[in-house]
Design a protein around this ligand. Structure first.
Ligand SMILES: C[S@@+](CC[C@H](N)C(=O)[O-])C[C@H]1O[C@@H](n2cnc3c(N)ncnc32)[C@H](O)[C@@H]1O
Length: 397
């Protein structure tokens, strides 16, 4: 199918999320299993936070992002949590996932884990039979191949001009971002560029990347009881130091919870365009077959085929209790996405589609709704079969 397309000259790599973590199951009745679709999934914060606060629920999360580097770094982190956890390990995971420079230990861990994942992912079958297969799954073989190229990128040793080229690219990436090196003494040996903050195919790290944005920092300034899981002993007068310690503690709590509930979580990954993925899921449900002849993304002539083992066997979910669209409507248009995702929502009163907007284009939330829906909200939502709860219950600010 040929359709008009504009070339996206400037695209960014969102290694870290820029909004605080949310509980994806907040609208669901307690206890029932949840199938969740994350479109433009970004980093792992929403997955870890949800599995931390909603401990007793069986979670099946399908994560789609068109940036393979986002998926590769997420899977690497989750695989390390599956391997082991403990206070020491969590500190290293924090360094690996959030710091732009690594010390020798962290760098060696990144290399050895990437090597391990690369060798386990030779084929779809080998991956699904590996230690990580029961929790971390791939929707199609092209996604597996995509993230493998990133793991290979992480283990590549660079010398001479290749090394200087990589370092120059890395520094370009970091030009506008800020690191959170509050403990300069202990971080003094972290000199190696962290390759998990670059992509192998061009897009620059987003200028607003800030490791603290994904956390809930109020606990850094509130007088908490010592028994609270968010209590830190810090007496530092420096607000930034307190914020970093709170974020690290929250991350450590998330990792701890996730490592204890591996049997009740399944995470599926797809790298490609959110619209193509949504339409292909619907096509699979309605017509069967692995492809609806969509391209995986708009810049590659590669057909999207849902050929992962669980799609072939029919055990992967094709309808969802929750669909989270991040702020994709700022990128691809609200109505384009809603028409693609609303047929995927399970027909149940508690099912919900979440969306965020970060570009303020309207002077009131009511107008923002009209803008997202490209028309009169009550009429368009009726046509879509969706019910904008906040709009009708008057809880909009
Ligand atoms: C919309 S972006 C913005 C950052 C977001 N507010 C967050 O905190 O993660 C979130 C993710 O969507 C991905 N993305 C953007 N456009 C996409 C598309 N058309 N299909 C799939 N993923 C997309 C980006 O790679 C990024 O990882």
């Amino acid at each position: 199918m040929l359709t008009p397309e504009t070339i996206n000259i400037l695209s960014y790599f969102y290694a870290l999320g820029n909004t605080p973590a949310v509980c994806l199951t907040q609208s669901l009745p307690p206890g029932s299993p949840a199938d969740i679709l994350l479109l433009g999934c970004g980093d792992v914060r929403n997955i870890l936070f949800t599995s931390h606060v909603d401990v007793h629920r069986q979670l099946d999360l399908t994560c789609c992002d068109f940036q393979k580097a986002v998926l590769a770094r997420n899977i690497l982190l989750l695989s390390l949590i599956i391997d082991d956890s403990g206070p020491q390990c969590t500190k290293i995971l924090w360094g690996l996932y959030y710091h732009f420079h690594l010390d020798d230990n962290c760098h060696e861990l990144l290399r050895s884990q990437s090597q391990k994942l690369h060798s386990l992912s030779d084929t779809m079958e080998a991956w699904h039979n590996s230690k990580y297969g029961p929790v971390l799954k791939f929707c199609d073989s092209a996604t597996l191949a995509d993230v493998r190229t990133m793991w290979h990128f992480y283990i590549t040793s660079r010398e001479g001009s290749e090394k200087s080229h990589f370092e120059a690219h890395f520094n370009d990436n970091l030009e506008e971002t800020r690191d959170i090196e509050v403990d300069l003494k202990s971080r003094a040996r972290a000199r190696r560029p962290n390759p998990m903050f670059v992509t192998d195919d061009g897009p620059l790290l987003h200028y607003g990347t800030d490791p603290l944005l994904g956390f809930h920092l109020a606990a850094a300034y509130a007088p908490l009881q010592a028994q609270s899981r968010l209590f830190t002993k810090s007496v530092s007068p420096k607000p930034q130091q307190r914020a970093v310690e709170t974020a690290q503690l929250e991350f450590s709590n998330w990792v701890d919870s996730f490592s204890k509930r591996l049997k009740s979580v399944t995470i599926r990954f797809f790298s490609g365009n959110a619209l193509a993925f949504s339409h292909s899921l619907l096509h699979r449900r309605v017509n069967g077959g692995s492809t609806g002849n969509w391209y995986r993304d708009r810049y590659r002539a590669e057909t999207l085929k849902l050929n992962g083992p669980e799609f072939t066997s029919g055990s992967a979910p094709l309808t969802f209790d929750i669909i989270d669209r991040s702020n994709l409507c700022d990128h691809v248009g609200g109505l384009n996405l809603l028409t693609a995702v609303s047929p995927l929502l399970r027909n149940c009163a508690s099912s919900a589609v979440y969306t965020e907007i970060l570009h303020k284009r309207s002077e009131s939330p009511q107008k923002a709704f009209d803008h997202i829906l490209c028309g009169h909200t009550p009429t368009v939502s009726l046509l879509l079969g969706l019910f904008p709860v906040d709009y009708w219950t008057n809880v909009l600010p």
